[in-house]
Design a protein around this ligand. Structure first.
Ligand code: GAL
Length: 733
């Protein structure tokens, strides 16, 4: 080997080592076209999968399906409240094992976007911020406030440090290529003025100062200061441009469907419209798209926010709540991703040349000189198809569609031409009969020593600190024997005003009824006739939360519970306001106190059960049974269609809140081909918003699984069944 060959060989070795080194430890940067990983511009397709909304046993499969669907990146929020349930007491176990989740993404060969927030919105309880933070003296959330900033910085640093010590940032050879600080602060900062602006700049500097070696994003925040990238969230983002010409155009939430709330409709977003929106964003030079959600999953336990967000967070996402792919959404998007990837080189190498092809038709051409050319042919007409001529060839474009031509000649994909595969879902009952033991949630059996008393009505959350959904408000009223209603006059009635979210009213142990708020109107009023007797009468109001708010200006200050007034009408001396009475307060239920839901729960032999021969149903009742796991590996659910409202646990794990609240209002419309954007369907009129509740198989053992149900309204548990979810793919009609 002569000297030249040796030096050539050396050069090759050194270059290879350098590239290998870079490959393992590449800094992520950006320019106006895209993110650069390892110095390479990239078009990246991402999907949100939130780790606590599924089980660790599901993660690998979900991520594998995401990869197969053409994704490069998995995006997740970080949920502060579950990681720090009380100050400095951390939990990163099980569904909260963030490191394991990110490593699962890495193992699949995908990248990650870590949206730390730590305010996340996300239809999550309190927007992901721990409720205890509200009680730090002098705190005010998401503004230029010392205590809030200190806590936010502490948690953000902790997460970044945890990722760093596991070498999970791309700059260390890990999968994380991007991080997010705050969430949609734009509308908030506009309303908050100077303090909002100061906070925004502080948040950006704080995040950048953590030195992750990967860019930070602020979504829906046009004022994101350099070097933080501002990104778009929405059903469409084609009108978006970053706040500086040297930043890439990124779409952090492309809404694949929508969430549901108890009593609301089921939302669907037709995949044609979603694909159109994504193709339109890319043709305008966008280089990063994240589907929110790619797998929505389940709001287990009391993690749903809102209030009134349902336990299912299916979102009409490409992978359904149970982890099964949803056709045609999944398959159509997969084809879209393939087509976009074929154009990647041209897309990152040039800016589009836009030429009209008709009044409402356009071509966007990306020409990378001799190395490539890609074209997007768009028809924006909502109703009429068009035939356009491009480079002397004819192309048929359905209404509201984009064709992708990775070589500027052959159309490989059109957003409106959906393949014939469609998923047919069945929920098949398995032979499972539950033999229930029943327990009355009887207020009189509760341990009174744990009660607090106060003059007047207390705010619900201030008393419970969200340790339970339930808070009893108890008072007594003396009725004189001279009242005329006692001698056959008109019965009095009771009026109870609650700031939300629901209240059940009992007088002298008798259930009078309930009142419920809605997502739009959290507060509610109960008004009903009441049986009173001469002497002391006991008024007991069970106030119930249904997920704490996750969005809205200073939602941490919003009131919940019986804020009053509570008034008796129809007495001889006019209305009697009980609001300033002495009230006693009982946090939580007896079933919660004795841990009835746990397989190792303390059994309370004094707690009267119905005899198994004469089981009954009524309000405020616990049901307990055992069952064996059905064979097979199909996902499982509980059909709770016969129930009212409450919570359910299996082997001590909370499946979540259930509520057979029926969809009303706008629940029967599909404006898919209408003139309205975005195209979406609202369905489910006359049906409960959520009838089936996901039971993860990994929470079960072969035999003797404990199921515990708490029912508030008197539903029929003898009709509860376990069902298997099966899906087969059929040709669409
Ligand atoms: C966005 C928010 C998300 C989620 C979404 C609706 O505005 O950033 O966290 O709440 O709306 O599902």
């Amino acid at each position: 080997m002569n000297a030249t060959s040796v030096s050539k060989l050396l050069l090759v070795v050194v270059t290879t080592l350098f590239v290998l080194f870079l490959g393992c430890h590449s800094k992520v940067t950006y320019d106006r076209k895209s993110l650069l990983i390892n110095g390479q511009r990239r078009i990246l397709i991402s999907g949100s999968i939130h780790y606590p909304r599924s089980t660790p046993e599901m993660w690998e499969d979900l991520i594998r399906k995401a990869k197969h669907g053409g994704l490069d990146v998995i995006d997740t929020y970080v949920f502060w409240d579950v990681h720090e349930p009380s100050p400095s007491n951390y939990n990163f176990e099980g569904r909260y094992d963030l490191v394991r989740f990110i490593k699962t993404v890495q193992k699949a060969g995908l990248y990650a976007n870590l949206r730390i927030g730590p305010y996340v919105c996300a239809e999550w309880n309190f927007g992901g911020i721990p409720v205890w933070l509200k009680y730090v003296p002098g705190i005010s959330f998401r503004t230029d406030n010392g205590p809030f900033k200190a806590a936010m910085q502490g948690f953000t640093q902790k997460i970044v440090q945890m990722m760093k010590s596991e070498k999970l940032f791309q700059s260390q050879g890990g999968p994380i290529i991007l991080s997010q600080i705050e969430n949609e602060y734009g509308p908030e900062s506009r309303a908050t003025g100077a303090a909002g602006h100061a906070y925004l700049n502080w948040a950006a500097n704080m995040a950048v100062g953590l030195g992750t070696g990967v860019p930070w994003v602020m979504c829906k925040e046009n004022d994101a200061p350099d070097p933080v990238i501002n990104s778009c969230n929405g059903f469409y983002c084609d009108d978006f441009s970053p706040n500086k010409p040297y930043k890439p155009s990124m779409w952090t939430e492309s809404w694949s469907g929508w969430f549901t709330d108890f009593g609301g409709p089921i939302h669907q977003r037709p995949v044609q419209d979603l694909a159109f929106a994504v193709a339109r964003f890319i043709q305008k030079g966008g280089s990063y798209v994240n589907y929110y959600m790619y797998h929505g999953g389940t709001n287990f336990g009391r993690s749903a926010g809102g209030p009134f967000i349902s336990t299912s967070y299916d979102y009409d996402a490409p992978i359904d709540e149970y982890g099964l792919v949803r056709h045609p959404k999944y398959s159509h998007l997969k084809e879209l991703h393939k087509a976009i990837k074929q154009c990647e080189h041209a897309l990152v190498s040039s800016d589009p040349t836009v030429t009209p092809l008709g009044t409402l038709q356009q071509a966007h051409v990306f020409s990378a000189g001799t190395t490539g050319c890609a074209a997007f042919l768009a028809n924006y007409h909502l109703k009429s198809a068009a035939t356009v001529v491009f480079n002397s060839r004819h192309y048929d474009l359905p209404p509201w569609s984009i064709s992708i031509l990775p070589d500027c000649r052959t159309s490989v994909f059109n957003t409106a031409n959906v393949g014939t595969q469609t998923s047919v879902v069945k929920m098949r009952p398995v032979d499972s009969r539950f033999s229930w033991e029943t327990y009355d949630e009887d207020l009189s059996s509760l341990d009174e020593s744990s009660r607090i008393t106060a003059a007047g009505l207390l705010e619900h959350l201030n008393v419970t600190r969200d340790t339970s959904d339930y808070l009893w408000y108890i008072t007594s009223v003396d009725i004189s024997s001279s009242e005329s209603f006692l001698r056959g006059g008109h019965k009095p009635n009771i009026n109870v005003q609650s700031a939300g979210h629901a209240v059940h009213v009992f007088v002298n142990g008798q259930f009078l009824g309930s009142a419920f708020g809605t997502r739009k109107q959290r507060s509610c009023t109960f008004n009903g006739l009441v049986n009173l007797h001469a002497g002391a009468n006991k008024i007991a109001l069970l106030s119930v939360t249904v997920g704490l708010p996750n969005v809205g200006r200073h939602y941490e200050t919003w009131e919940t519970g019986i804020t009053g007034p509570v008034v008796l009408h129809g007495l001889d001396h006019g209305p009697k306001d009980l609001s300033h009475n002495k009230w006693s307060y009982q946090v939580g239920l007896k079933g919660e106190a004795v841990n009835l839901v746990s397989p190792n729960g303390v059994s309370d032999n004094d707690w009267v059960q119905d005899s198994p021969a004469t089981p009954s149903r009524s309000e405020l009742k616990w049901y307990k049974a055992y069952f064996n796991t059905p064979e097979g590996n199909e996902p499982l659910a509980l059909d709770l269609g016969s129930m009212g409202k409450g919570q359910v646990w299996i082997n001590g794990q909370s499946i979540g809140r259930f509520w057979m609240a029926y969809a009303k209002g706008d629940c029967n419309s599909c404006n898919y081909s209408g003139t309205f954007r975005p195209a979406k369907c609202q369905l489910g009129c006359g049906q409960p918003t959520q009838r089936w509740y996901h039971v993860p198989r990994s929470w079960l053992k072969p035999t003797k699984n404990l199921i515990v149900v708490f029912e508030e309204l008197g539903g029929n548990p003898w009709k509860i069944s376990l069902v298997k979810r099966t899906v087969h793919t059929a040709a669409a009609r």
